[in-house]
Design a protein around this ligand. Sequence first.
Ligand SMILES: Cc1cc2nc3c(=O)[nH]c(=O)nc-3n(C[C@H](O)[C@H](O)[C@H](O)COP(=O)(O)OP(=O)(O)OC[C@H]3O[C@@H](n4cnc5c(N)ncnc54)[C@H](O)[C@@H]3O)c2cc1C
Ligand code: FES
Length: 219
Amino acid sequence: MLKRSAKGSYILLDLPYEGKALPGQFFTITTSLGPYIPRPFSVYDLKDGKISFLIKSGGEIEKFLDRAPVIMNGPFGNPLPELKDPLLISGGVGYAPIHFYISKYGFGELVAGFADEELFDFVDIPGSSVSVFDPTTPIEIVKFSTLENIIACGPIEMLKSVKKALGQRSLYLIMEEKMACARGMCEGCAVMTSDGVKFVCKDGPTFKASEVDLEWTYL
Ligand SMILES: Cc1cc2nc3c(=O)[nH]c(=O)nc-3n(C[C@H](O)[C@H](O)[C@H](O)COP(=O)(O)OP(=O)(O)OC[C@H]3O[C@@H](n4cnc5c(N)ncnc54)[C@H](O)[C@@H]3O)c2cc1C
Ligand code: FES
């Protein structure tokens, strides 16, 4: 089932699923008509025989979603660690894995950044969290937290700022890279770590901030 936000900028895709998945893991999704390369999406929710994904509109996959049967594969990737009272930080649809984490393990503090109120209105946010809207960024708020364990998911520029501000603590970053095989074979989702090249699909998508080089690119 497909549910769209007020202005259609975001989609919640619910699919029947009786299997297992843990927070931080992702599935690849395509349809019988395309796109040719399935796209990875973090699990937003999993309960009552149903799995949900929070998808930002505008991607190639959107034009197929309500026209053809969905093909889903997974779960892929390593689960997030279960941490004591973590500070959770999200930017935009980076809230998807954070939402699933909260439903499974709870949280210490949550700072969720939204580019617009449309996304804020569309997702479930715990009442005790702090939501911030552009042009304020989550970084301006999280600097005041004293919690030691931190998980962040969002655009790469946000992750860089989080690492700069909080990188001395126990900080985990959920990385997003373009993927093809999602099984560690095509080498399309490489990131550089203190232990050499690793792959987001197989070794991630979560990495310790102290171990991953966010400035590294292929070229
Ligand atoms: C682990 C993970 C979790 C994610 N979770 C979410 C989520 O919860 N919600 C969400 O909205 N997004 C999520 N994403 C991002 C999502 O997979 C898509 O990148 C995003 O929806 C944009 O889709 P797109 O088709 O426009 O663009 P892209 O997938 O970025 O594609 C843009 C262009 O690149 C091409 N392309 C795509 N993949 C490849 C490839 N492997 N090789 C060569 N060309 C390629 C496409 O054909 C297109 O022309 C996640 C990504 C990762 C890695
Ligand atoms: S997507 Fe192929 S190695 Fe990660």
